[in-house]
Design a protein around this ligand. Sequence first.
Ligand SMILES: *Cc1c(COP(=O)(O)O)cnc(C)c1O
Length: 455
Amino acid sequence: MPPMYRDLPAVESLVQLIEQMCNDLTLPRALLVSVARAEIAAARLRMTDGGFTSTHQDLARGALAQLRASITPSLQAVINATGVIIQTNLGRAPLSAAALQAMQSVNQGYSNLEYDLAQGERGSRAAHLHDLLCRLTGAEAALVVNNNAAAIYLALSALAVSREVIISRGQAVEIGGGFRIPDILRQSGATLVEVGTTNRTFAHDYAAAINDRTALLMSVHTSNFRLIGFVHETPLAELVALAREHHIITLDDLGSGTLLPTAPYGLAAEPTVQERIAAGADLVTFSGDKLLGGPQAGVIVGKSVLIDRLSKHPLARALRVDKTTLAGLEATFHAYLLGRATEDIPIWRMIAATTTELRDRAERLVGMIGDASVMVASCTSTIGGGALPGETLPSYALAITTQAPDAFIRYLRQATPPVIGRIAQGVVLLDMRTVLVEQESQLIDVLRVVLDRSS
Ligand SMILES: *Cc1c(COP(=O)(O)O)cnc(C)c1O
């Protein structure tokens, strides 16, 4: 006889079954009732589809699995063994110990977020990072907002509403995650004027487009792609000269934004924020969590009169950063000021790691795992985060030879903590460059479990 609705348990008896099964945790009754109801409703549906064969025990187990899933954090720590240092999908920059400490310390209790301790009166949240940013970048003034997209949006909204913004056709780009420069420009109320061609744009192209509706010349870091061959981008200094001649503003979206030169690490020279300020850009915007190596934020540095206008715009309030971000950024900037960035800031430690160091780490782990299918192999890491596309750093990986690399990668991804690797030529690679030293023992534990499972 086919199962009938009356074969389903009553909510109350399913609740009791669940409670018996999860004697390790006490849960609010309302939560138990709601999962029991959901499980019964799902069973009812399967019944109408003719697919219902579950016992009451099965239903209770299903409800319990739902319960456990609902109290397990969705957002969790993972081990990045991809070799992509600023991996946007994996949360971009891991933070320095000092940044983490500062973030915890201002959140544990109260802070002087908007309180002037010297005067005993209301202070400004913008004051905390202002002088530090000016000292590090050489700019007159600075403002920090929620992220770089917000920084660009605020700058354009405050300075270019109902006016024209001239941008090279080769820089009207999509950064990723659907974020397109032309869209944000239009959204801010400015009118986009594209000049030049995709591959070549000269100062005279900008000059020909300037008129009395022009608010600013914008330059955008092309981020995640690179044009090679017959290419010309107008140097920032030429844009600055042109803008000054016409009393308009230059806005430089540097994207990643770095305070340290990248060339010493065998990478192409990524323009530094200091260089762009020195070249005369009126405003430079960049991210806090890309090559800066701090928490998510957008930094705007430049001329005081302009930063003032941005700070007073109503959007500044909507896009403002919280105390956690400010604390993490301040600690990160201190590392730069003290010349300790490549020691203290994880992404700079990763960039600066030598191949000898990486091979030693890989060899040590291979020795500890002691499984013939895990060996050391050379590989290449990348920067990611839209910085230095096409540039690579030589690195070393744990290379796992297995019949089913796709399944192996999936087991790694579903482990606790999840380990994210990649497959190259049928071999699973776990790049040591992006694995934090503190994560090595966890990585070994996960590898042992997955090797067991797939043998
Ligand atoms: C990453 C990037 C942005 C966006 O920055 P977020 O901090 O992610 O908002 C904008 N412009 C460029 C050129 C970028 O590389």
